[in-house]
Design a protein around this ligand. Structure first.
Ligand code: SME
Length: 161
């Protein structure tokens, strides 16, 4: 099972490299990452970007490209949710059981676990890649590496914009 999963993440990573080579804009790259991860990784049931709103005071994260069910959370302040915690700490957050995390903002009743990875541009948090799963503890070490890699590609691309 672990082997199968590693293969899946490796396949996804190769597809992400091709996407990164072919995407002409940051927006295309973000859209492609959402599609690819959602389609390719069976437990990644909602995949989306939240980006810091320019000039907003207090700072807020705005929903950008995503794949999955509609969410009521289109704007999240930095003191709200797991998304706010990841953006304000600049750290990846993995939650194995969202019911046990008091920070969690519910999007779908089906969500059981979540990973949020900050996107850095010139060393500063510019947004994040958020993934929800209908399965408990869906995000292991291989998943974390894959999602962090995707967030890094977006950050690097934004540095060139
Ligand atoms: N669960 C997130 C909110 C965003 S939805 O998952 C799409 C949070 O707790 O910040």
């Amino acid at each position: 099972m672990a082997e199968l999963k590693a293969t899946k993440t490796e396949e996804a990573r190769r597809a992400i490299e091709r996407l990164n080579a072919n995407a002409r804009t940051t927006d295309q790259l973000m859209e492609g990452i959402c599609q690819l991860l959602n389609e390719h990784m069976l437990k990644y049931n909602w995949v989306g970007f939240y980006m810091l709103e320019e000039g907003a005071n207090p700072p807020a994260l705005l929903l950008g490209r995503y794949q999955g069910a509609m969410t009521p959370h289109t704007r999240i302040f930095l003191n709200q949710g797991i998304c706010g915690a990841a953006a304000s700490s600049g750290k990846t957050i993995v939650v194995d059981d969202v019911k046990k995390d008091s920070r969690y903002l519910a999007c779908s009743l089906e969500t059981k676990s979540e990973i949020v990875v900050p996107v850095f541009v010139h060393g500063k948090v510019a947004g994040e890649l958020d993934i929800d799963s209908h399965f408990a503890a869906a995000f292991g070490e291989e998943d974390r590496k894959l999602v962090e890699h995707c967030a890094q590609l977006v950050g690097k691309r934004m540095e060139k914009d």
